[in-house]
Design a protein. Structure first.
Length: 414
């Protein structure tokens, strides 16, 4: 059917239905956008030869030299920066662990807190932006997706289950893409944790980390095959990225807070690559003096004095004293083993976000993206304006810059 003939038919149909005005021009539906996060997939892992499906996507589409995480380079702060375009200081998820008067305690394992919108509503994630502007969304796990934020939720979502089989995760996303128009989501997410877990338990160089890279890559191969089967491979915009990288943290490289301050005189809010500390009432000067003096392998600041390049320390949720370990060192209690899901670790992230070891994966493929393109390192707050552009949404206020990422788009999609 020619376009003219189709228009004539539409006019006739409108007349037959008793319409006196021509139907309003509707923008053509944009391709769906699928955002995949491989937690802890350091930028250079892509060159190890264990991820053929991902390498093919990178070869055929866009490969970023790396995605610079926001500070601190932790999972929840960065997943929320990716979908809000806001630095943690501006979106309120300032750490994986927080203690805030009136709100209580936030940790990744605290389901009640993770599902409580009051922790998340300092910013607007893209599924809320999309819902406000009439697009459907689906999340197969994403920090924040289990909470009602400003009264909005994804249309389709599952409570986080780290044991859910990877093939089943992929199949659920493909099922959502099979929904009829009107029900089909325009924006979807998919999440895998195995690469981060192996990096923590065994270190970034370990054979187990390479096995986890291969395991996630098999899930991506299944996704690509499913998209090809549906004729969607070239008609869906796919972004595969990570929240941060991973650094070796050998057990000898620990900093014991209790050797520096009396544990009875502080509330330690978080430990690891960073530590947030609230002095007990009456002990402010003593605790500050002990921490703020020069320390080997660690630097502490009053929150107002944190270097401005880190964009951190103005949010009320950041504790008054804040310490950052040198990359490879961890801040903990004495005696204390640093744990991930109850197991001792050899790798960690959370460090200075400018360190190359914290750099994350970025690969994109689809009709909006250039083919065979390489782009330089860029900050992850740019991903939100990139995604709102792809979906034709008006972005909420954010810290990212569309201009940083426009160069990766095919000219017609800019
Ligand atoms: P991290 O401790 O910073 O390495 O965070 C990684 C961990 O975050 C994963 O191993 C999961 O246990 C947890 N996680 C990731 N996504 C979610 C989610 N949507 N809800 C709850 N926990 C999550
Ligand atoms: Zn992570
Ligand atoms: Zn991690």
């Amino acid at each position: 059917m020619t376009t003219l003939f189709r228009l004539a038919c539409l006019c006739l149909l409108a007349l037959a239905a008793g319409c006196t005005t021509a139907p309003a021009a509707r923008p053509a539906a944009r391709p769906p956008l699928l955002l995949v996060s491989i937690d802890g997939f350091r930028a250079d892992y892509l060159d190890r030869g264990h991820s053929p499906a991902l390498e093919a996507l990178a070869r055929e589409g866009v490969r970023g030299q790396g995605l610079e995480p926001a500070f601190p380079s932790l999972t929840f702060p960065n997943h929320y920066s990716l979908v809000t375009g806001r630095y943690p200081d501006h979106h309120g998820i300032v750490d994986n662990a927080m203690s805030v008067p009136g709100l209580g305690r936030f940790t990744l394992g605290n389901r009640e807190a993770v599902g409580d919108g009051r922790w998340w509503d300092e910013a607007e994630p893209i599924w809320v932006t999309a819902d406000r502007q009439g697009l459907k969304t689906a999340t197969l796990f994403w920090p924040g997706s289990e909470a009602s934020i400003h009264g909005h939720r994804p249309d389709y979502w599952l409570p986080y289950d780290g044991d859910m089989d990877y093939d089943a995760r992929v199949d659920r996303v493909l099922h959502w893409l099979d929904l009829p128009p009107g029900q089909r989501p325009a924006f979807l997410t998919l999440y895998f944790e195995a690469v981060d877990s192996a990096g923590h338990y065994e270190g970034p160089q370990a054979a187990q980390t390479n096995q986890a890279i291969a395991q996630v890559d098999r899930a991506l191969a299944r996704l690509v095959a499913g998209l090809k089967q549906r004729g969607l491979y070239d008609h869906l915009n796919l972004i595969v990225l990570a929240d941060h990288g991973m650094a070796d943290t050998p057990p000898a490289q620990r900093i014991f807070l209790d050797d520096l301050v009396d544990p009875a005189h502080v509330q330690v809010v978080s430990t690891g690559a960073i530590a947030g500390i609230i002095p007990a009432p009456g002990h402010e000067a003593e605790v500050a003096a002990a921490l703020l003096r020069p320390q080997p392998h660690m630097q502490c600041w009053r929150k107002a004095d944190i270097p401005s390049r880190l964009h951190y320390g103005h949010n009320g949720r950041v504790p008054p004293l804040f310490c950052l370990a040198q990359v490879g060192w961890l801040i903990t209690h004495n005696p204390g083993t640093v744990l991930h899901h109850g197991k001792a670790i050899l790798g960690e992230h959370g460090f200075d976000n400018a360190d190359p070891r914290m750099r994350a994966l970025f690969v994109a493929h689809g009709p909006a993206f250039r083919a065979h393109a390489r782009v330089p390192v860029f900050p992850n707050v740019d991903v939100y304006p990139l995604m709102t552009h792809l979906l034709g949404l008006r972005p909420a206020p954010n810290d990212g810059r569309y201009a940083d990422v426009a160069g990766m788009l095919a000219p017609a999609a800019r």
